[in-house]
Design a protein around this ligand. Structure first.
Ligand code: SF4
Length: 388
């Protein structure tokens, strides 16, 4: 372990108002792990929970989890950082952290309409590793590795297959494509999780993109803030600050994920002047309760993270057990809008199957519209007339 890896030393506790953000407890296997190892993102990556005996050391494994692990490992491996595994309830298989990271039998079912590539990301691919659907922006896949393989992942087809990971040649071709396409002003650096790249590689990719005159902003899509906050070292922050303007898009799904470690990671990024947006995925058993989403969004705002999207679960194969009806998302928005500040109300969107893009959905606030007379209702269901 080099000294450089150890640039993460969270405070044990953050307080904002009456809200406490506490450090994650250490799971059973790691109670005696020294802090200098625990706080290293490389150690966390090297010691991920990948096998059944690892999982048995952390939690009381149920027969269903055991069967699902055996049957799903060919389709989509299990991998969980010790940090994220420590957030699991060892006694409750329905714990929201456990649901997101331990295989369930539902993964073996392919429901009608489910697809391997529901967003059609492979179809608008002018060169390997670039999805270019809209004129001014591209998705740039820089790795297919993630600290935790989220069971609801929409890119299982890539994340599960290490042989599909971007090699240096592919990265170069991606940069060259962006360079020769002047309409591109916004690059979403994605994966897998791009923070699985080394600092040196990220510095090279972002530096190459920043040198292209028509590239204005990057978005860095990462779940490391949730699953491996130790990745946000001082060196990493120096690199992203150097290549700003940049936005970090992350993926908190539950208040249990809002720890002191996650707070510290978000704080470092925010203090570097880089805004953070959250993209929650609506998941049955994890976050379909409106009050829970409100609590999550309030905690995120305290962590300097703006709740940005709530995604309806995609039509990816093997995740029907996570999918909620559209009405669940509309119900959440109904309970947020007007009942808390607008900053805590994200957009509820369906990413249209087949590559149709994000379609925002709202509860019905227009009661009627005749000529220039609009009858609108507010969050208390009171009607108001607006004349155009
Ligand atoms: S971090 Fe993102 S890409 Fe990686 S497994 Fe989770 S959802 Fe999929």
């Amino acid at each position: 372990m080099t000294k450089k890896d150890l640039g993460f030393n969270p405070k044990p506790l953050y307080n904002v108002g009456q809200q406490e953000f506490k450090m994650a407890p250490r799971g059973r296997p790691w109670v005696d792990t020294p802090d200098e190892l625990w706080n290293s993102w490389i150690w966390q990556q090297q010691n991920r929970v990948r096998r059944m005996d690892h999982l048995e050391a952390c939690v009381d494994v149920t027969q269903e989890e055991r069967d699902a692990f055996d049957k799903s490992s060919e389709l989509f491996n299990m991998a969980v950082t010790p940090y994220y595994a420590s957030l699991m309830d060892p006694l409750n298989p329905d714990c929201p952290i456990r649901l997101q990271s331990v295989p369930k039998m539902g993964e073996l079912t392919i429901a009608p309409g489910e697809m391997e590539d529901p967003l059609g990301e492979e179809t608008d691919m002018p060169v390997p590793g670039i999805t270019h659907r809209y004129p001014d922006r591209v998705l740039f896949y820089t790795t297919h590795h993630c600290p935790v393989f989220c069971r609801h992942c929409t890119r299982k087809r890539k994340v599960a297959d290490p042989s599909s990971a971007a090699q240096k040649q592919q990265i170069e071709e991606g940069i060259a494509y962006i360079k020769r396409t002047p309409s591109i002003r916004d690059v979403v650096i994605s994966g897998g999780d791009p923070l699985s790249n080394s600092d040196e590689r990220l510095d090279y990719i972002m530096g190459s993109l920043r040198a292209i005159p028509h590239v204005e902003v990057f978005r860095l899509g990462t779940r490391n803030l949730v699953t491996l906050p130790h990745r946000i070292t001082d060196d990493f922050v120096r690199i992203i600050k150097k290549h700003a303007p940049m936005y970090v898009h992350t993926h908190f799904n539950h208040p249990l994920e809002c720890t002191a470690e996650a707070f510290e990671a978000c704080l470092k990024i925010a203090e570097a002047g880089i805004p953070i947006n959250n993209q929650m995925v609506l998941l049955k058993g994890v976050n379909e309760e409106p009050e829970l989403v409100k609590k999550l969004n309030h905690m995120l705002l305290m962590m300097r993270v703006r709740p940005y999207y709530i995604f309806q679960c995609d039509m990816s194969q093997g995740i029907s057990h996570f999918r909620t009806p559209i009405s669940t998302g509309l119900n959440i928005i109904e309970h947020l809008r007007g009942h808390t500040s607008g900053m805590a109300v994200p957009h509820f969107v369906v990413d249209a199957p087949g590559g149709g893009g994000k379609i925002p959905l709202l509860p019905e606030y227009v009661k009627s519209h005749v000529g220039n007379r609009w009858v609108l209702r507010n969050y208390k269901n009171k009607e108001y007339i607006y004349e155009d």
